[in-house]
Design a protein around this ligand. Structure first.
Ligand SMILES: Nc1nc2c(ncn2[C@@H]2O[C@H](COP(=O)(O)OP(=O)(O)OP(=O)(O)O)[C@@H](O)[C@H]2O)c(=O)[nH]1
Ligand SMILES: [Zn+2]
Length: 345
């Protein structure tokens, strides 16, 4: 695709999206990024600045073919209607409450996930592991942000515990209220990059968002928006431009949906984050081994020999039960059988 404006580049346009658009299309169409979503409409930004357009898609489309925060849309330059949704680099979604067939889309095209935890009472390895699974599943780079470092003096052990969860995992310690302390996080949200936050209530997400955005932007974030019936409603913007500076200038997605995110359909991620446990479990004699009293269990001897941490195995089993990892295990065994003979099998 040909030249793209600096406004669009700043919004996070990359060659990944550029390659999805033919040069000829740009005569009639232009790309815009979704900043927020509300009843039948989306607030988007692009070459023409910000505007509210109809979120109606041209065709019935597939389930996930609806615009969500962070999405890139190709829209008609004249009618401002959606021509199509561009393929995403990542997508956060969850089952819609009360309806088992539909999914609720939460955020798209996120580059980095800040997994926020506080360095004192909240710190919980099992929860961190779940979020790491989520990051793995969505293909987003995880960064653990440990807040309230000013309160919890001997918190090095939290940081060490977090670092031990995954090779090469970035763990940053901050006082979320202090701009100087938070400045190091700018390296993860440079020009055009998009960050989202997860973490339980009270860990300091709002505080971090405000500090990252710069104190001048704290006040009001309401946008006036046409609701399509000639009325104006006030909605809350869900994608925020971060304070500039040498490294900064990225985007931060902060939506209620992201905050409430639970684990769902994470089976593949579980197998990757717990690959050490999974490798041993594949050696159990029975596919449905509960790693309790069964003969031929490989997990129990591995724990006895000190090869596996029993607490980690416990956490894995809990996730296993919740997320139906068993089906993945069965598939993995099936794929392996015939390829490599199993030890002692
Ligand atoms: N001392 C200290 N206090 C902090 C820090 N970060 C947040 N706080 C305080 O912790 C409390 C909770 O912070 P919030 O930012 O509201 O937490 P949250 O994660 O947004 O919580 P929810 O909105 O419930 O999801 C507030 O009183 C903050 O001032 C920190 O790094 N150090
Ligand atoms: Zn077993």
């Amino acid at each position: 695709m040909t030249t793209i404006s600096s406004a669009v580049a700043e919004l996070g346009w990359t060659s990944f999206f550029g390659e999805q658009v033919a040069v000829e299309e740009l005569g009639d169409c232009t790309p815009v990024r979704v900043l927020s979503v509300h009843r039948g409409r989306v607030t988007v930004a692009g070459d023409a600045g910000e505007e509210s357009i109809s979120s109606r898609m041209p065709t019935g489309g597939v389930a996930d073919d609806r615009p969500t925060v962070g999405d890139w849309l190709l829209i008609d330059r004249t009618t401002r209607s959606v021509v199509r949704l561009l393929t995403r680099t990542s997508l956060f979604k969850r089952p819609a409450p009360g309806d088992d067939r539909r999914t609720q889309l939460i955020a798209a095209n996120v580059d980095t996930l800040f997994i926020v935890t506080s360095g004192n009472q909240d710190f919980n390895v099992a929860r961190l592991e779940r979020y790491l699974v989520l990051a793995r599943e969505t293909g987003v780079r995880p960064v653990v942000v440990v807040t309230k470092m000013d309160l919890a003096a001997p918190s090095e052990r939290f940081v060490d515990a977090a670092r031990a969860l995954q090779a090469g995992l970035h763990v940053e310690q901050v006082d979320g209220r202090d701009p100087k302390s938070v400045a190091g996080l700018a390296a993860y949200c440079r020009f055009g990059e998009t960050v989202a936050l997860v973490g339980s209530s009270g860990v300091g997400k709002s505080t971090l968002v405000n500090t990252l955005r710069g104190s001048d932007q704290i006040a009001t974030q309401a946008v006036r928006d046409d609701d399509g019936k000639g009325r104006h409603t006030t909605t809350v913007r869900e994608m925020h431009r971060l304070a500039g500076g040498a490294d900064g200038g990225g985007w931060l997605i902060d939506t209620p949906g992201m905050r409430e995110l639970q684990m769902s359909e994470v089976a593949t991620g579980v197998t990757e984050v717990f690959d050490d446990v999974m490798a041993v479990a594949l050696e159990c004699r029975f596919t449905n081994c509960s790693h309790g009293e069964e003969p031929g269990c490989a997990i129990r001897p591995a724990i006895a020999d000190g090869l596996l941490d029993p607490a980690r195995v416990d956490r894995w089993r809990k996730l296993d039960l919740e997320d139906g990892v068993n089906s993945v295990m069965v598939a993995t065994r099936r794929a392996r059988s015939g390829k490599a003979p199993r030890r002692g099998g």
